[in-house]
Design a protein around this ligand. Structure first.
Ligand SMILES: [Zn+2]
Length: 436
């Protein structure tokens, strides 16, 4: 048996003090006892212990752009050109090296499960590798090395825009048509640390007559889609189809309780109602959305309509899920002129249980009997958090205050150090290998 003793722990009904948690098999929680004394042999976890964080939307390779594309004028569309230049340089080995370092950085921030929205499928010019899923397999190995779980959201990406063929780096994303995509992803297999889901890149990238094939590829599995990140996407969709992207997905069976709409920034009242009624998830990526000048999405309205909110690091220009959670609330304040738009418990749910459910891991995200022994200990004695009330530490702490991260009973981060060692050095080497 393994046992942990938490100074404070975030349990399903709220915060509790002096919580002892045990796992008979070392991996799955078998008891949770608040108000307990620490016993010899217990691993003591400092500060506030939260369930593991789910990063519900990541593109690992975008990490190579951090600090290189953030200055200067432009828009989402100029940033995208820089991103394609990185995409053109990657092969399965460099992709694995970069993703390993990126996932290790995310683990340092408390992430125990990454949802990787993966579309860089093929070699230069769109040539298939000997293993047509060589790039996906690189991600699987990267997550295993970094000690985190992975939901591989294999992304169907067929056109450069509505009615426009793929060109340049985009050729690496395509599978010809949805049937070609489905036959390739049919070769993928889940394993203990990896689950599979489907993704529609966007209504820009999957023609309407191909849309219905994607939700059926992984029955019961997650289905993710970039949705209305930019006004130009809405305008193109209205021009071509006469409806909004949300309505288009709804009309083609792609809005379901297992659907995650990523960004969901520029929505109509009808779109919000459709997403809410479908009980879909809306994944906000606030640090990316502000970096790319996307706008502020209607998070509170979506939650009020019945959608479940999750959080993602997206381009990984920031790898700090605590910052994503805080920004969800702070952007709401800026947009609404009101404070307290989300309770801390709602932000914790987005970070943990709802994020994990959206990635197909319902047994993760709670400190409760039967859940995975996943813990994130956030210190309350650092320069940022000293004096904070444990229940509000979420609004003060950053990734730098994450002390310990446990994934299925295995300690991946101790006193802010990842088991792989110097993650900054790993990132530096990985990015130099790609860019130089
Ligand atoms: Zn994205």
């Amino acid at each position: 048996m393994t046992a942990w003793w938490c100074e404070h722990a975030w349990l399903p009904h709220g915060l509790a003090a002096s919580v002892r948690v045990t796992a008979d098999d070392g991996r799955t929680i078998t008891s949770v006892e608040p108000g307990a004394a620490v016993r010899p042999g217990d691993e003591a976890l400092p500060g506030v212990v939260l369930p593991g964080f789910a990063d519900a939307h990541s593109h690992a390779f975008h990490r190579a752009l951090r600090g290189r594309t953030q200055a200067g004028r432009g828009s989402f569309w100029t940033w995208r050109r820089a991103m394609y230049e990185v995409a053109e340089r990657l092969d399965p080995d460099s992709y694995e090296t970069l993703a390993t370092a990126t996932y290790a950085e995310l683990a340092l921030a408390g992430v125990t499960c990454v949802g990787e929205f993966h579309y860089l499928h093929h070699g230069p010019g769109g040539r298939s590798y000997d293993d047509p899923n060589a790039m996906a397999e690189a991600l699987r190995r990267a997550a295993r090395r970094a000690g985190v779980r992975l939901t591989l959201l294999d992304t169907c990406y067929l056109t450069g825009g509505i009615g426009t063929p793929l060109t340049g780096a985009q050729l690496r994303f395509g599978d010809g048509d949805a049937a070609g995509w489905a036959s390739r992803v049919g070769l993928l297999r889940a394993d203990e640390g990896t689950r599979l889901g489907a993704a529609i890149h966007s209504v820009r990238a999957v023609p309407v007559d191909q849309l219905t094939a994607v939700p059926t590829a992984f029955p019961g599995g997650p289905l993710h889609v970039h949705l209305s990140e930019q006004p130009a996407e809405n305008a193109a969709c209205l021009d071509a189809y006469g409806v909004t992207p949300t309505r288009l997905l709804h009309d083609h069976g792609a809005l379901t309780p297992r659907t995650t709409a990523v960004h969901a920034t520029h929505l109509t009242a009808d779109d919000i109602a459709l997403l809410g009624r479908a009980r879909s998830y809306a994944c906000f990526c606030p640090t990316t959305e502000r970096d790319l000048a996307d706008g502020i999405g209607p998070a509170r309205s979506l939650a009020d309509a019945g959608a479940r909110l999750t959080l993602g690091s997206d381009q990984n220009a920031v790898a700090d899920l605590l910052e994503e959670a805080r920004a969800l609330e702070m952007h709401e304040r800026l947009a609404s002129g009101e404070r307290g738009r989300f309770e801390p418990a709602e932000l914790v749910s987005a970070l943990t249980v709802d994020g994990h459910e959206s990635l197909g891991w319902p047994e993760a995200g709670r400190i409760a009997v039967g859940s995975f022994a996943d813990f994130v200990a956030v210190r309350l004695d650092t320069v940022r958090t000293a004096g904070s009330a444990p229940g509000q530490a979420l609004l003060a702490a950053t990734a730098a205050d994450v002390d310990t991260v446990v994934v299925g009973g295995r300690t991946v981060v101790t006193r802010g150090e990842h088991v792989l060692g110097d993650v900054g050095a790993l990132l530096g080497r990985a990015i130099r290998e790609v860019l130089e």
